[in-house]
Design a protein around this ligand. Structure first.
Ligand code: FAD
Length: 469
């Protein structure tokens, strides 16, 4: 029997995010009621009733905390006592530098830990509306396949255009990997627009031969099919780039790759035959998205084909493109820095439904939502993780770091994001020092040192945040 003096916090959804949130709340000594519908109602992707089921791959990606952003967020989660990471570590299978798990063992470990925790009660039921007001503190962590009744309730609270049912992801490139000896900054017709400068896009020029070779490569590349239950969510404003290419050789040149209103700063007298435009994606200015390049190409094919674009021959991708069934809210507008719905104090969102992407990221946002809710219940200050940490970078992106562009307003320009170093603030000037004896220190060598420094800074700042939270 619970003799605890705190009233419970309700968590809806026992996936990666909800399980982690429940664990963090209970670890803070506060009772939790975890509502999970599987057992009474399934989803199109889950196959079991286990908590934290991995619906597809069994990989948590790189475990390198010295120079990989995913590895860094793993390490931060371990520091914060993550159940998801502890269960993954205990069920690891060999996968080189990646952390891969035995999916059944992993889900069973999470389920057992939650079931045995004296402060957590699991209720197998579908929550069909917004949490009632009497659950004063609640977290919705119902994921990309949130049940239709709850999705409709969220939509009626937030507004119809604030909840998306599919993502339409264009690749995002690290700005410092774009070759500016080939590309140039310019907005079409030098339009300044609201909040612009006339130089808001990075432009990659193509001549006729390069364009034709690019279209051929796009059409020939391998794509990922839709799952039967996803349907085919194409609508004309949002076609995958390869589908547009198949509609006719000139389609792209009259669509997202049109060269009108652009003059190549490196070669002003020669009109480009086609132009790929990239637009600033985050407030830090470190990431640029490829405008209109949503795609179903396989990841490997995307890298090969998009590196054919002049200026992107060495492009490093922070995120590759995709189109999936995916329920997510327009978090930068709807949520505050502690993941609370601005229109409903006490109600938080966590996991993939907030617009992060991936098992690890979903669990990390669940971890933060759980800690924020627990602090609120205890009347303690809610201290967000520093922006220099992987936690803080991801949280910052979801709750405000993303730029909403004026010419593509609304939820469509906010698309799900994995953790990556492009979300981290730059190092202090002068931090990257050339190692002794090294003459040429740039390109990949310099990037490697930068990543090590960003990783070390994140872990140091996370440790101190956890100490003073
Ligand atoms: C088909 C598919 C494949 C994916 N593959 C990968 C991959 O390979 N690698 C990767 O990193 N990420 C992948 N993702 C993305 C994402 O990381 C996972 O979906 C991840 O599980 C998200 O975690 P979550 O906790 O937000 O949601 P989930 O893990 O889906 O958890 C949400 C939970 O809420 C429950 N629920 C939903 N509605 C209700 C309701 N109304 N009442 C009560 N309970 C409810 C669901 O049953 C579920 O258990 C994939 C997503 C999909 C849809």
């Amino acid at each position: 029997m619970n003799t605890n003096s705190f009233s419970p916090i309700h968590v809806v959804g026992g996936g990666l995010a909800g399980s982690e949130a429940a664990w963090q709340i209970a670890s803070a000594g506060i009772p939790v009621i975890l509502h999970e519908m599987r057992g009474v109602r399934g989803t199109d992707a889950h196959k079991t009733d286990g908590l934290a089921e991995l619906v597809c791959s069994n990989s948590f990606r790189s475990d390198d905390a010295t120079s990989n952003a995913v590895g860094v967020i793993h390490a931060e989660m371990r520091l914060a006592g993550s159940l998801i990471m502890a269960s993954a570590d205990r069920n690891q299978v060999p996968a080189g530098g990646a952390l891969a798990v035995d999916r059944d063992g992993f889900s069973e470990a999470v389920t057992e830990a939650i079931e045995k925790h004296p402060l957590i009660t699991i209720v197998r039921e579908e929550i069909q509306g917004l949490p009632p007001r009497e659950w004063d503190l609640a977290i919705i962590a119902t994921g990309p396949l949130t049940s239709p009744a709850l999705a409709a309730a969220i939509q009626s609270e937030t507004g119809e255009d604030q909840l998306a049912f599919f993502d339409a992801i264009a690749p995002i490139v690290h700005r410092d990997s774009i070759d500016m000896d080939i590309c140039w900054y310019q907005s079409r017709y030098d339009k300044i627009g609201p909040g612009g400068t006339g130089k808001d896009y990075i432009n990659c020029p193509m001549d006729e031969a390069q364009y034709n070779a690019f279209v051929d490569a796009l059409i020939a590349a391998d794509t990922v099919g839709f799952k039967e239950w996803e349907g085919t969510p194409y609508f004309d404003g949002c076609l995958p780039i390869e589908v547009m290419a198949e509609r006719g050789r000139e389609t792209l040149r009259h669509g997202p790759m049109k060269p009108m209103g652009l003059t190549n700063a490196h070669n002003p007298t020669v009109k480009p035959y086609a132009v790929v435009q990239l637009r600033q994606d985050n407030a830090l200015g470190t990431l640029y998205n490829m405008v209109g390049f949503q795609t179903k190409l396989k990841y490997g094919a995307q890298v090969d084909v998009f590196r054919l674009i002049p200026g992107l021959q060495n492009a490093e991708f922070a995120r590759l493109g995709g189109l999936h069934r995916n329920t997510y809210i327009h978090s930068p507008v709807l949520l505050d820095r502690t993941l609370t719905l601005k229109s409903r104090p006490g109600l938080r969102f966590a996991g993939q439904i907030t617009g992060c992407e991936g098992y690890v990221e979903s669990a990390a946002i669940g971890l933060l939502a759980g800690r924020f809710a627990a602090a609120e219940r205890k009347g303690e200050p809610l201290v967000a993780p520093p922006v220099t940490t992987a936690f803080g970078s991801l949280l910052g992106h979801i709750t405000g770091g993303h730029l909403v562009s004026e010419d593509e307003p609304g939820r469509r320009s906010f698309q799900p994001m994995n953790i990556n170093f492009g979300l981290f603030p730059e190092l202090e000037p002068g931090s990257i020092v050339r190692p002794e004896g090294v003459k040429r220190f740039r390109g990949k060598d310099k990037t490697a040192v930068k990543r090590q420094l960003l990783s070390a800074r994140a872990l140091r700042d996370c440790t101190s945040w956890l100490g003073r939270e």
